[in-house]
Design a protein around this ligand. Structure first.
Ligand SMILES: C[S@@+](CC[C@H](N)C(=O)[O-])C[C@H]1O[C@@H](n2cnc3c(N)ncnc32)[C@H](O)[C@@H]1O
Length: 168
């Protein structure tokens, strides 16, 4: 059991955090990297915990909030700025990878915990990705210059127990 209550399993360079070292957050990513990008800026990815969102090293229900911002590009140049910054999906296995990612994020989320999902639909429509989880989103909002970036909120619902007829 971790004392931290928030998990960001794809933290990258933590760009969207107001506090990039918030004491309640576990910042995770599959890679550790530092390099200078083509525009001269430095990319720094130093997760607290190196992890794979398809198999998270946490107990069921360990977090109250999970922020899931996986790579959204199927095609990205091998040496492109976009790939360096955001990573890329495997062109063959991305559906299975994201399905496993959702399943793991919801597994480590407490019942009634909140999952915020961020997705840019330049290459893959948001509805295709939402079809990879049984959990239903509550609400969301497109943002960005072309409205292609979606912020979507879920609250984890506990599995429904079968109620005997007499107790209904
Ligand atoms: C869209 S970027 C996240 C950007 C981040 N939210 C920010 O504010 O800077 C996606 C990140 O997911 C990471 N990633 C890709 N596959 C992963 C996996 N299987 N498990 C964990 N992280 C992964 C990439 O290395 C990349 O840093």
């Amino acid at each position: 059991m971790t004392a931290k209550t928030i998990l960001d399993p794809c933290c990258g360079s933590r760009m969207f955090w107001f506090d990039r070292n918030h004491p309640s957050v576990v910042y995770g990513d599959i890679r550790t990297e530092q390099r200078t990008l083509c525009d001269g800026r430095t990319l720094s990815i130093f997760p607290d915990v190196p992890l794979d969102f398809r198999s998270l090293p946490y107990e069921d229900g360990a977090f109250k909030l999970v922020v899931f911002d996986p790579p959204h590009l199927r095609k990205a140049g091998e040496v492109s700025w976009m790939r360096a910054k955001y990573g890329a999906l495997d062109a063959d296995t991305w559906r299975d990878d994201l399905r496993a990612g959702f399943a793991e994020c919801f597994r480590v989320l407490a019942n009634d915990g909140v999952l915020i999902f961020k997705w840019n639909e330049t290459q893959i429509k948001v509805r295709e990705v939402l079809a990879l989880t049984d959990q239903k989103p509550l609400f969301g909002h497109p943002s960005g210059k072309k409205g292609g970036t979606h912020w979507i909120c879920f609250m984890k619902t506990a599995p429904q127990e079968d109620t005997p007829d007499a107790a209904r």
